[in-house]
Design a binder for this molecule. Structure first.
Ligand code: ADP
Length: 380
């Protein structure tokens, strides 16, 4: 503890108190009437990581260390609790600041600044007391973060349930309408078999849609709990894409998007055929959904040790800010009123592609179209 002669100015400090300060292991700085630091405890030297000489005569430790509050705002020197206490005469309590020490270490300190008043209201100075609250602060910050994450998870689960219920309700209602119409036709005995077959086809399409939605929901549960398992076999990606394109021809037709394809003869690799079918179906149906009835182009090629699948449309496109976000769970970049959807397709696609050790990227411009490029290693 340094006790320079200017400490004599602190008439209110008894010798006994001064002697006790010398053995205090907490952070204590004593400021005199003019605001200058005139006494530094060993604890203050240890906590601030600055020599007593560096602190003595300064008006605040913030001249030696930089300080940031819990909101991440840097504090100016004149905001130091001791300075505020000196000017207002009011105690400053439990002010938590992150201190960037001169030695580069970071420490969270809780400051209390108390006026040292003598008889007759004479102010002799200010006691600036502080303790290390780094552990407590970090534990609290972690708790707050976890709580925020849990709240956010609950919020997005509720939002998801609402959207999922809506998405299931739409095909269910359509399915019910088709069934009623079929029943009415059959009861009246006037049903033309061709018409009946068409109605049953439409009913079956709605049932497929519900089936697909339930599969998506099951995938979410599987992926979220890390249970996405691949069943790899030796397969030809070009052949699979041809198959899927054929099976989705109706959907593309209905969207008005004309499809063109370009395939390398064979692109053999060890992949999970069912999962890759899902990837291709999702990308194709997104191209149909957001493709604005304009041409869609699918290419499959071998590129060194990797297979490359690209699905390009000339539709609504995705803004630069949204291009990474749309691969997140429940993330969408279109309004629910214009386009239905759960915001899960691309998330599932990315999870499947990454489980194969591959990558997916998008390049897009609003109003011009999007290209999704999947690259998969040929071997494990
Ligand atoms: P969904 O289509 O159910 O919303 P996805 O996960 O498949 O869910 O897509 C997430 C979002 O990415 C979509 O809501 C849309 O904003 C955007 N998106 C996906 N594919 C395309 C595309 N081909 N063109 C434009 N936007 C797309």
């Amino acid at each position: 503890m340094n006790l320079p002669s200017s400490l004599a100015a602190l008439n209110g400090l008894s010798d006994q108190l001064r002697a006790r300060l010398a053995s205090v292991d907490e952070g204590v700085l004593i400021h005199d009437q003019s605001g200058a630091i005139v006494a530094v405890s060993p604890g203050a030297v240890r906590l601030l990581g600055a020599e007593a000489d560096q602190l003595l005569g300064r008006r605040t430790p913030l001249e030696v260390c930089r300080a940031w509050d819990t909101t991440g705002t840097q504090w100016r020197e004149d905001q130091c609790p001791a300075t505020a206490c000196m000017t207002t005469g009011e105690s400053q309590r439990q002010i938590v600041l992150r201190i960037d020490r001169p030695d580069g270490r970071l420490i969270w300190l809780s400051f209390d600044a108390l006026p040292l008043d003598g008889e007759g209201g004479v102010r002799y100075g200010v006691a600036n007391l502080f303790e290390d609250v780094t552990e407590r602060h970090l534990a609290e910050a972690t708790r707050t973060r976890l709580l925020d994450e849990a709240r956010e998870a609950l919020r997005s689960r509720d939002a998801f349930l609402a959207v999922a219920a809506h998405e299931l309700k739409t095909p269910l209602t359509a399915l019910q309408l088709h069934l009623h119409s079929v029943m009415r036709g059959l009861e009246g005995g006037t049903q033309d078999p061709k018409l009946l077959a068409n109605k049953l086809k439409a009913t079956s399409r709605q049932a497929d849609r519900i089936n697909h939605l339930v599969d998506v929901l099951l995938d979410v549960a599987r992926i979220s709990s890390g249970r996405l398992e691949l069943n790899r076999t030796s397969m030809d990606l070009a052949e699979l894409v041809k198959d899927v394109v054929e099976r989705n021809a109706d959907e593309l037709d209905r969207s008005g998007c004309k499809l063109s394809t370009s395939f390398d003869d064979t692109v053999m690799g060890e992949w999970d055929i069912i999962r890759l079918e899902q990837v291709i179906t999702n990308l194709l149906s997104n191209a149909a959904k957001y493709g604005h009835g304009r041409p869609v182009e699918v290419t499959v090629a071998r590129d060194g040790q990797r297979a490359r699948l690209a699905v390009r449309d000339a539709g609504i496109g995705i803004s630069r800010e949204d291009q990474q976000r749309v691969f997140g769970r429940f993330e969408r970049a279109v309004s629910d009123t214009h386009y239905g959807g759960l915001g899960l397709g691309l998330w599932i696609v990315r999870e499947i592609v990454e489980a194969h050790g591959g990558t997916i990227q998008v390049s897009s411009q609003p109003g011009t179209g999007s290209e999704f490029i999947v690259e998969l290693p040929l071997r494990r």
